[in-house]
Design a protein around this ligand. Structure first.
Ligand code: ADP
Ligand code: MG
Length: 354
């Protein structure tokens, strides 16, 4: 272990069992663990919540994630979790306090009701605190919906979150990008696509959120199931950019599964499936099954063209904006059925068998 790193950790009284020693890693650790973050970790350890903080699971542009072990108190209930049980693993996500990286995140926060009271411009510490808060609120909402798998956030202080660790015995679950899928069942990838599509719809319809950075990098593959992570940038479904973000999420998710030989829905169909207000929950699986079935037959040239148009077309920012005038304009352009689901009028979904 390097001297600089052991000095740092002795300050937080943490027992460090494993750590990468190369120079780059040390640089990122020093960058994340500023004195205030060290104090937060110190408290986390001293108040008997977390026993040990191990090495990095991931070093990213905006945050580092560490594996930790202990019997963390659930900060929302105040109860010690896993009382009387062996230690539990946690993922500790520490948002970096460097200002530059967060510059382009402004657009996710502005326009969002929950963060109306100022965006802490020019104060990077406040800004990262906001991102951590946002991640925790979103994770809680997602977990509490009971419809999407996501790590439960146990602890939040400033830029530090301790959440449920997704993995086994210290090995983090792979990102979907790195996962080995379908070794036993070649159809597994199709089921995973269907699972992701259903997750997107639940996120929108039940949690009233749009992920905003959904990709094979922010989905974990654990015990043959998909877990959603990294939701600090997720926005309310009525955020001015929500539908643009959703369209991009649809396109990115489709790209990944298409590259993995799944006959994915068109981006437009996926978008409509997620946003359709007329689709009852009890019919979700059936309708998705039909849409997948149709997609497996391939697309017509017209559908391909329509999808290209959809990926570029202007998306109304609100339902109010979907005024008569707007719909008339779209009719002229031949884009009217892009938004029929949003108006609650139904559209391209298959009809229910009677
Ligand atoms: P960012 O992409 O902003 O750096 P993420 O939340 O995506 O932050 O986390 C980075 C990486 O850390 C993820 O790709 C994943 O590999 C790992 N990770 C994050 N949260 C967990 C968790 N709860 N359990 C296990 N691994 C996690
Ligand atoms: Mg990520």
């Amino acid at each position: 272990m390097s001297t600089s790193y052991s000095t740092t950790l002795s300050k937080i009284d943490a027992k460090v069992n494993s750590i990468k020693k190369d120079k780059n890693d040390r640089a990122t650790i020093d960058q994340v663990l500023d004195p205030r973050t060290l104090i937060v970790l110190h408290k986390l350890v001293q108040n008997d919540k977390i026993d040990q903080i191990y090495g990095c699971v991931s070093t990213g542009k905006e945050a580092n994630v560490y594996l930790a072990e202990g019997r963390c108190k659930d900060f929302s209930t105040g109860e010690m979790i896993a009382e009387g049980e062996p230690n539990k693993e946690f993922a500790i996500k520490i948002f970096k306090t460097s200002i530059l990286i967060f510059k382009d995140r402004e657009r996710y926060v502005s326009g969002e009701f929950r963060f109306r009271s100022g965006h802490c411009k020019g104060n990077p510490r406040k800004m990262v605190k906001l991102w951590a808060e946002k991640e925790v609120r979103n994770l809680k909402r997602i977990c509490m919906s009971g419809k999407i798998r996501a790590p439960w956030p146990y602890y939040l202080k400033n830029n530090v979150i301790a959440m449920e660790f997704i993995g086994h015995k210290g090995d983090a679950a792979p990102r979907l990008k790195d996962a080995v899928i379908g070794t036993e069942d070649p159809q597994e990838i199709v089921s995973l696509y269907a699972e992701c599509v259903a997750m997107m719809r639940h996120l929108y319809q039940t949690c009233k959120l749009v992920h905003g950075d959904l990709s094979e990098y922010n989905l974990l593959y654990h015990d043959k199931q998909i877990w959603m992570i990294d939701v600090s940038q997720s926005v309310e479904h009525d955020h001015p950019m929500a539908l643009d973000f959703l369209r991009r999420d649809c396109a990115v998710l489709n790209d990944f599964f298409r590259r993995n030989n799944v006959f994915v829905l068109t981006t437009l169909r996926l978008f409509n499936y997620v946003t359709d207000l007329t689709l009852e929950e009890s019919r979700m699986d059936e309708v998705l099954g039909q849409l997948l079935q149709e997609s497996s037959k391939g697309y017509t040239e017209e559908e391909i063209q329509q999808d290209k148009v959809f990926e570029q077309v202007y998306i109304p920012r609100s339902l109010q904006e979907l005024s008569h005038v707007e719909i008339e304009r779209q009719k002229k352009e031949g884009t009217e059925n892009f938004y029929t689901q949003l108006t609650g009028l139904g559209g391209t979904m298959p009809e229910e068998d009677t």
